[in-house]
Design a binder for this molecule. Sequence first.
Ligand code: UP5
Ligand code: MG
Length: 190
Amino acid sequence: LSQKKPKVVFVLGGPGSGKGTQCANIVEHFGYTHLSAGDLLRAEIKSGSENGTMIQTMIKEGKIVPSEVTIKLLEKAILENENDKFLIDGFPRNEENRAAFESVTGITPEFVLFFDCPEEEMEKRLLSRNQGREDDNIDTIRKRFKVFLDSSLPVIEYYNSKGKVRKIDAAKPVGEVFETVKALFTPVAD
Ligand code: UP5
Ligand code: MG
């Protein structure tokens, strides 16, 4: 992977902040490949892998899956894809994820998108998503919010201290959020 030297943007934000929705728009306009860590983990459950039951239990509890599992899935997805630009959505979720990813892959992100959204708005979105996700129930949603505040916000603070965070008001309608996102990906003429 160190030979491939892909460009990576981390897409972070609370549960239901709109990471997946905005990544789909970025892919369409800017030619990135979207890798959702949560989607990769859910695919791993479906595939009947030996880690499947463990992953399923962690997701149901809103807990963070051990980083070696997630990092292996991300590395494989990057290597299998010809593209050299990736949006990594929903990862890293804690300091250990972040440090392990950087040391295992040698990759540091170009920048970090942070979708900032009030909990009440995220809760409303998740409860009305209706896509059959096992973690979209009020009990698990509350656990996911707590893990986000306790474990994931420190990662955003870390990258903020490196000047890499682009914070976006994610409480606005999808199209308005994307207008802000677009500006961050559009190269400025010099
Ligand atoms: N919606 C989106 N944008 C909207 C807007 N601007 N206005 C109104 N509605 C909007 O959006 C959620 C819903 O809101 C959708 O119905 C959408 O139409 C609407 P979405 O784009 O799906 O939001 P997203 O931020 O992607 O929400 P998601 O639920 O996917 O975020 P999570 O971070 O909770 O979920 P993820 O899949 O990343 O992780 C799930 C679990 O996997 C974690 O809790 C954890 O247990 C595990 N996990 C790990 O352990 N490690 C990892 O590295 C990653 C995941
Ligand atoms: Mg998502």
